[in-house]
Design a protein around this ligand. Structure first.
Ligand code: THU
Length: 307
């Protein structure tokens, strides 16, 4: 089977509307991955939005940069639609980077699996290390699509009252450190800590989407308030090297019996760049918990709050 993913064009208007109508005729009102093709008033309007949202310069302020593709069969017929959201905001936290649909008359042919495979290639070529996506518990064909593309179960959540599961697909094997390796690296930073006043060393390791890791430790000061925490050291190192919205995971470790929870100032600084960050918080026996920043800082104040 040969499918290609192409960005929508005006020339595809008639095809796209027929594609959409087929879902409606089958009683399906939601077309996953279609960036609201199912709700738009006109194809031209939808095309303009999809085109604008594909570029960081023109993306709608309440949207994340998103690539939307039609899947074409060998005859050039639109058989499916799939999107790739470059980052995850609060709304997309559970939904993930990607949604897709195959038109009702073309199902059961393996098209979704191939579409997702092609999309993973695209995301990989953009430097992404991992892709998250989610599926309703009862949607067996889509679960198969994800598993066949290497998806591993991450966690469950409720979506519109329905049980749904989130999966992760690793795109850069070898460059993405395991959680344990990231925590271990953060522990090596304890000895770099400069803590003559508190004697409380903290280490951090921040993983970026391209596999780069920035480490940090706390650096204290005789004027105590000038102290910088380990997490902010790592973050500021990363930002000053050009990283912005590609932070994946941060390990924070200490020498205390309890977990080394990030302070409020660090939560706030992290929220600015990575509201969807995953934290690995460890205690001295190297036990760690994995949790989203949104749990440590709900209703955070960020750049969008100023709009
Ligand atoms: N510290 C961190 O490095 N990270 C945190 O999130 C909590 C506190 C440091 C700052 C200071 O050097 C010492 O721990 C005691 O507050």
């Amino acid at each position: 089977m040969k499918l290609t993913l192409t960005r929508p064009t005006l020339a595809q208007k008639a095809q796209a509307l027929a594609f959409r109508q087929e879902f409606f005729d089958c009683g399906e009102t939601v077309i996953n991955g279609s960036e609201l093709l199912d709700q738009t008033g006109s194809y031209e309007e939808w095309l303009a939005a999809v085109t604008a949202n594909a570029s960081p310069e023109t993306v709608s302020p309440d949207w994340v940069v998103t690539d939307t593709f039609f899947a074409l069969d060998e005859a050039g017929r639109v058989v499916g639609i799939i999107d790739y959201r470059h980052t995850l905001n609060g709304f997309l936290k559970d939904l993930g980077h990607c949604g897709y649909s195959v038109r009702p008359t073309e199902r059961g042919k393996g098209y979704a699996t191939e579409m997702l495979r092609l999309l993973l290639e695209h995301a990989r070529s953009m430097g992404a290390a991992e892709l998250r996506l989610s599926v309703e518990r009862g949607n067996a064909p889509s679960i198969g699509t994800i598993l066949r593309n290497g998806g591993r179960y991450v966690r469950s959540f409720l979506f519109a009252g329905e049980e749904a599961d989130s999966y992760a697909i690793t795109l850069r094997e070898g460059t993405t450190m395991t959680n344990q390796a990231l925590v271990d690296l953060a522990f090596t930073m304890l000895e770099r800590s400069y803590v003559p006043y508190s004697h409380f060393p903290v280490g951090a390791a921040l993983l970026c989407a391209d596999g780069t890791v920035f480490t940090g430790c706390n650096v204290e000061n005789a004027a105590f308030g000038s102290t910088i925490c380990a997490e902010r050291t790592a973050l500021v190192k990363a930002v000053s090297e050009g990283h912005r919205d590609d932070f994946i995971r941060l390990a924070v470790v200490g020498n205390s019996a309890d977990y080394c929870w990030p302070c409020g100032a660090c939560r706030q600084m992290l929220y600015e760049f990575a509201p969807n960050l995953t934290l690995l918080v460890a205690r001295k026996d190297r036990e760690f918990v994995e949790l989203p920043l949104s749990e440590l800082l709900p209703h955070g104040f960020g750049p969008k709050s100023l709009d």
